[in-house]
Design a protein around this ligand. Structure first.
Ligand SMILES: [Zn+2]
Length: 425
């Protein structure tokens, strides 16, 4: 929508105020006098104009260096900071859609997420029947929500005694659903991958009890059919390096990569941790990190959830400590790390970003890149998301205060934009 009158008549603050608590379209617009912070602007770049046309960033230039088309609405943002919309690469929105993840609760959380600046989430396994509907409604703006990408889970048969697989397949049989599937060496992987893709999932999540050989076959078939593969960093019989060599796109949970160095791998996916991690020196995983860089494997560290568990579970303190130290080591080694919470809707990715800075030694800009460009890479949408650049989708977070000065400033949200549509509380 192009609205010439709008450009000359409206007072931006007044207009945005009028639409407070709602979504508003200004049509094609120019955001002016703003400071950009993203992977391409590690040092904030002030006095910039961002042209947005049809929900896509058309151009980015220094104020006044190019003309603004007459039909564009102009939104001055002097003193404000413009970032790509945040991406949480590890949420669970539908593990139990008729219980704790009931629709009213999930819709409320998704709404809060978008207003906080999160424009994209990756759901790492749940009831894909529910996720398909949520994803569709987010895409079409039928509800106020980040865009939702989700996964279809595969694991060895032993995993499907886990109660979460039952709650994610209510009315059907856990382990026999296309998005919650038990696989063995005799599984028809051509059909299994095709059915996983048919659920609308963006990636197959490998969870537990899979051999390196089977992981390799799944990834190979997934590559052939054009669907990503994400995995827990350790699948009992398979070490992290087995997943990396097979070509898995991202591996989740920093504490799990310690299994790379185990002489004998435990045969249960269940946590039976002792104080081994606490007492031993931190293992050197540089060879794994080199391998991850060679293959472009992304580490979905999910520190926040371990830190929260550690507050009430002594054994989890070992997990958190090892995960923290291995995240620090991976960061120093140059591994691409994304920001995921895995916190079952209780905390948002801003908390993971803060933790990457406070506990894992990230530079503030690198923590923001983890939750923007690296998150986009984990979803294979980095060509359209994750930075403020021409051709990218206008998923944007505008802050009143500079987040590089203090991560607490991530809460100073002025407005959020998804595909050019403005959301403002
Ligand atoms: Zn998870």
């Amino acid at each position: 929508m192009k609205n010439i009158c709008l450009r000359f008549l409206f007072l931006p603050a007044l207009l945005l105020c009028q639409f407070a608590g709602a979504q508003v379209s200004l049509g094609d617009m120019a955001l002016t006098t703003v400071t950009i912070i993203d992977a391409n602007h590690r040092t904030p770049l002030a006095m910039q104009t961002v042209l947005i046309e049809g929900g896509i960033i058309k151009d980015v230039f220094t104020d006044g260096s190019k003309p603004i088309p007459a039909s564009y609405a102009v939104l001055p943002l002097k003193g404000k900071f413009l970032l790509p919309g945040l991406i949480d690469t590890h949420v669970h929105l539908a593990t139990d859609p008729s219980g704790v993840d009931n629709r009213a609760h999930t819709l409320s959380i998704l709404r809060q997420m978008l207003y906080s600046g999160i424009t994209t989430v990756r759901d790492m396994a749940g009831d894909a029947r529910t996720l398909a509907g949520l994803s569709r409604d987010a895409l079409t703006n039928n509800m106020i929500s980040p865009d939702i990408y989700y996964s279809a889970l595969m694991a060895g048969p032993a995993f499907f005694s886990d109660f979460r697989t039952g709650s994610s397949t209510q009315g059907a049989i856990s382990g026999k659903m296309p998005y919650m599937l038990a696989v063995t060496d005799s599984t028809n992987l051509l059909l299994a991958v095709a059915e996983a893709k048919g659920t609308g999932a963006t990636g197959i999540k490998l969870y537990a009890n899979l051999s390196p050989g089977l992981v390799g076959k799944i990834v190979s078939e997934a590559n052939r059919q054009g669907i990503m593969v994400w995995g827990h960093a350790w699948l009992q019989q398979s070490r992290p390096s087995d997943l990396v060599k097979a070509g898995v796109n991202s591996i989740s949970h920093a504490p799990l990569i310690v299994h790379e160095k185990f002489d004998k791998l435990p045969d249960s996916w269940k946590k039976q941790h002792t104080n081994r991690f606490w007492d031993d020196s931190i293992p050197n995983l540089n060879a794994l990190f080199v391998l991850m860089k060679q293959h472009g494997t992304i580490l979905d560290a999910t520190l926040l959830t371990y830190k929260k568990w550690a507050q009430t579970d002594t054994a989890m303190q070992y997990d958190y400590e090892i995960g923290k130290h291995l995240t620090i080591a991976a960061y120093k080694a140059g591994v691409t790390i994304c920001a995921g919470t895995d916190d079952d809707q209780e905390a948002f990715v801003q908390d993971e970003i803060r933790l990457l800075v406070s506990d894992a030694g990230f530079k503030p800009i690198d923590a923001i890149i983890a939750a923007t460009l690296n998150g986009a890479a984990a979803l294979n949408i980095a060509n359209t998301h994750g930075t403020i650049a021409p051709g990218k989708t206008a998923d944007i977070l505008v802050l009143d205060k500079n987040p590089l000065v203090s991560m607490d400033n991530l809460t100073s949200v002025y407005l959020v934009m998804k595909k050019g549509l403005i959301f403002k509380k």
